[in-house]
Design a binder for this molecule. Structure first.
Ligand code: ATP
Ligand code: XMP
Ligand code: GLN
Ligand code: MG
Length: 554
C-alpha cells in the first residue's frame, strides 16, 4: 500500500490553518458563549481561532483579519479584571467587542466610560438601529447592514450584563439602543472599531449570524475558504512533511468517529506506515470489535490490529465494587500496558522490512474543544471524572504527538469524515466512552452483567433506530445497576438485575437533557428487554439532566 503513495515532497508545507486562511481571532474573556463565536464564524466558512484574552499580539506568528473580544464574567473596573493587549488597537485590524468586550474597549479609551448599571439585564431586549455614515464614515453602518428585515422579531437580541457604558467613548457614535441600554451598539467614527452590549453568537439573537457575517465579510473582508475538502489536502501534506519518508505512526483507534477520521486521514497520508490498534477490553458493545475491524480494514483500508485483552481487563476489575475512579484508573492503566507492548511488537515485526526503525509518532484524536479547554486563561475546569484516553502515553513512550483534528469541532470532524468517504452510520454514531460498559455497570463488573448489558443495549439502540430517533438523540445506551429486584415471570418469582436506559440530547456533552420518549416506545423496549434478556427483572428510564447527573453512570 505504502509504495503506491506519492512520496513526501520538498515543497510540503507545515503551515498552520491561520497561516493559510484569513483568520478572525477571538480573545476569550471567559464567557460561557465564547466558543460559539468561533463556531458561527466557521459556519460561514471563515476560519477562526480562540486564544486567551491575555494573548500578546507581538507573540502571534500570524496576522488576524479581525479581532473579536468576547464576553466575560468580570467587571472591567475590578482590580484583577483581565484586559486585552493595548497593541490590538494599533494593529490596523477591525475589532468587535461583545458585552464585556464592548466594555473593555470603552474602558481602554477612558476608564470613566464604564460603570455598574442600576439594573441588571438578562434575556430578551429589542434594539433600535441608528444609521449614520455617509462618505468617509460609511463603515459605521456596516455592522448592522441589511439586518432589518420583514420579520416582526428581527430586532430581538439576548442580553446578559450588569455593567453598562455610562459615556460614549470619544469619537464613537451610537449605532443601536434598547430601552435599558442607550449604548447597545457603538462604532468609532474614525475606523473599524465596534462594540455591542448583546450577544450575537447565541441563537436567541435573531439576526446574530447576520451581524457576525457583516463583521467578518464586510468589515474584515475575510475570504470564505474554510471548507473540509481543502482541509483534507492541506492536512495530508502537513502530515507527510511532519512524519517524513520513513516515520511510523501508531494510533489507538476505537471505531468512534474521532479516531476513525484521524486514522483515515493518516492512512491517506502514509499508508501502512500507520498502525491502528483497537484494544478489545472486554467492555465493548455487542459484536463491536468484529464490526469495527470489518469496517476499518475492509471498507476504509486502514491497517488495523485488534488486540483481545479482555481477560486482562476483566480480571483486574473483578472485586471492585464501589469506587468508580478506581475502575477508571484500572482501565486506563491496563490500556496503556497493552498499547505499549503492542508498539514494541510492531517495531520488532518491522525490523527486517523497509519500515524498520522505532515508532516515533503517536496519533491522537484531540478536538478543538479540548484545546480551548486547556488554553483557557481560567485554567482547566475541575475534574469530575478521570477520562480514559491515550493521554497517559507520551511521557512513558516519549513519542511525538500528531493531532490532525486539533483545530476542528465535532461537527466539522463529521463533515470531514463524510468527505473522506466514511459511511454515514459511523460518522453519525453516538459517542462511546473508552472505559465502555465498565462505567455503565454501576458496581462490580462481571461477565454475566456484561452479557446482559450488551443484549439490552443492542435491543434499545435497534428500537431507537427503527423508530427513526437515532439522529435526534445525542447519546443513548443501556446500563445496569448492581441491585436485584423481585419480579414475576411465568407465575414464578424471580430475583434479577435492574437495567437502566439512558438517552440524552446535547450539543457539547458538557450539559445535557434527558430525551422525552413517547410512553408507548419505552414500554415496548422494556417489554422486549425483560422478555428477551435472561437475568433481568425490570427496566428503569433515567431522564436526569446534566447537571446534576452526568451522561455516563460512573
Ligand atoms: N478500545 C479502544 N481501543 C483503542 N483506542 C481506544 C479505545 N477506546 C478509546 N480509545 C482511544 O481513546 C480516544 C478517546 O475516545 P473517545 O470516545 O473520546 O473518541 P472516539 O472513540 O474516537 O470518538 P467518539 O467520541 O465518537 O466515541 C479515542 O480517540 C481512541 O484513541
Ligand atoms: O473517551 C472517553 N473516555 C472516558 O473516560 C469518558 N467518560 C465519559 N465519556 C464521554 O464523555 C461525554 C460526557 O460524559 P459524562 O457526562 O459522563 O462525563 C459522554 O459522551 C461520555 O460517553 C468518556 N469518553
Ligand atoms: N456577559 C458579559 O460579558 C458580562 C460582562 C460584565 N460582567 C457585565 O456584567 O456587564
Ligand atoms: Mg469513543
Amino acid at each position: 500500500m505504502a509504495s503506491s503513495l506519492p512520496q513526501t515532497t520538498t515543497m510540503a508545507t507545515q503551515k498552520e490553518p491561520h497561516q493559510i486562511y484569513d483568520t478572525i481571532l477571538v480573545l476569550d474573556f471567559g464567557s460561557q458563549y465564547s466558543h460559539l463565536i468561533t463556531r458561527r464564524l466557521r459556519d460561514l466558512k471563515v476560519y477562526s481561532e480562540m486564544l486567551p484574552c491575555t494573548q500578546k499580539l507581538a507573540d502571534l506568528t500570524w496576522k488576524p483579519a479581525g479581532i473579536i473580544l468576547s464576553g466575560g464574567p468580570y467587571s472591567v473596573y475590578e482590580k484583577d479584571a483581565p484586559h486585552a493587549d493595548p497593541a490590538i488597537y494599533d494593529a490596523g485590524v477591525p475589532i468587535l467587542g461583545i458585552c464585556y468586550g464592548l466594555q473593555e474597549m470603552a474602558y481602554h479609551f477612558d476608564d470613566k466610560n464604564v460603570s455598574a448599571g442600576e439594573k441588571r439585564e438578562y434575556g430578551h431586549a429589542n434594539i433600535r438601529v441608528e444609521k449614520h455614515g455617509k462618505g468617509e464614515e460609511s463603515h459605521i453602518d456596516k455592522l448592522f447592514d441589511g439586518i432589518e428585515d420583514d420579520s416582526q422579531d428581527w430586532n430581538e437580541v439576548w442580553m446578559s450584563h450588569g455593567d453598562k457604558l455610562s459615556t460614549l467613548p470619544s469619537k464613537f457614535v451610537t449605532i443601536a439602543t434598547t430601552s435599558n441600554a442607550p449604548f447597545a451598539g457603538i462604532a468609532a467614527s474614525y475606523g473599524p472599531f465596534y462594540g455591542i452590549q448583546f450577544h450575537p453568537e447565541v441563537t436567541h439573537t435573531r439576526r446574530g449570524n447576520a451581524i457576525i457575517s457583516n463583521f467578518a465579510l464586510k468589515i474584515c473582508s475575510a475570504k470564505q475558504e474554510w471548507t473540509m475538502d481543502k482541509f483534507v489536502d492541506q492536512e495530508i501534506e502537513r502530515i507527510r512533511a511532519l512524519v517524513g519518508d520513513k516515520g511510523q505512526v501508531i494510533g489507538a483507534v476505537s471505531g468512534g468517529v474521532d479516531s476513525t477520521v484521524a486514522a483515515k486521514l493518516m492512512t491517506r497520508a502514509i499508508g501502512d506506515r500507520f498502525h491502528a490498534v483497537l484494544v478489545d477490553n472486554g467492555l465493548l458493545r455487542l459484536n463491536e470489535a468484529e464490526q469495527v475491524k470489518e469496517t476499518l480494514t475492509k471498507h476504509l483500508g486502514i491497517n488495523l490490529t485488534v488486540i483481545d485483552a479482555s481477560e486482562q481487563f476483566l480480571s483486574k476489575l473483578s472485586g471492585i465494587h464501589d469506587d468508580p475512579e478506581k475502575k477508571r484508573k484500572i482501565i486506563g492503566g491496563t490500556f496503556i500496558d497493552v498499547f505499549l507492548s503492542k508498539a514494541k511488537e510492531i517495531e520488532k515485526a518491522a525490523a527486517n522490512t523497509a519500515n524498520a526503525g522505532p515508532i516515533e509518532w503517536l496519533l491522537q484524536g484531540t478536538l478543538y474543544p479540548d484545546v480551548i479547554e486547556s488554553i483557557s486563561f481560567k485554567g482547566p475546569s475541575q475534574t469530575i471524572k478521570t477520562h480514559h484516553n491515550v493521554g497517559g502515553l507520551p511521557s512513558k513512550m516519549s513519542l511525538k504527538l500528531i493531532e490532525p483534528l486539533r483545530e476542528l469541532f465535532k461537527d466539522e470532524v463529521r463533515l470531514l469524515g463524510a468527505e473522506l468517504g466514511i459511511p454515514p452510520d459511523l460518522v453519525w454514531r453516538h459517542p462511546f466512552p473508552g472505559p465502555g460498559l465498565g462505567i455503565r455497570i454501576v458496581g462490580e463488573v462481571t461477565p454475566e452483567k456484561i452479557r446482559i448489558v450488551r443484549q439490552a443495549d443492542s435491543i434499545f439502540i435497534s428500537e431507537i433506530r427503527s423508530a427513526g430517533l437515532y439522529n435526534q438523540i445525542s447519546q443513548a445506551y443501556a446500563g445496569l445497576y448492581s441491585v436485584k429486584a423481585v419480579g414475576v415471570a411465568g407465575d414464578k418469582r424471580v430475583h434479577e438485575w435492574v437495567i437502566v436506559l439512558r438517552a440524552v440530547t446535547t450539543t457539547d456533552f458538557m450539559t445535557a437533557d434527558g430525551y422525552e420518549f413517547e410512553w408507548g416506545f419505552l414500554k415496548g423496549v422494556m417489554r422486549r428487554i425483560c422478555n428477551e434478556v435472561s437475568g433481568v427483572s425490570r427496566c428503569v428510564y433515567d431522564p436526569t439532566s446534566k447537571p446534576p447527573g452526568t451522561i455516563e453512570q460512573e
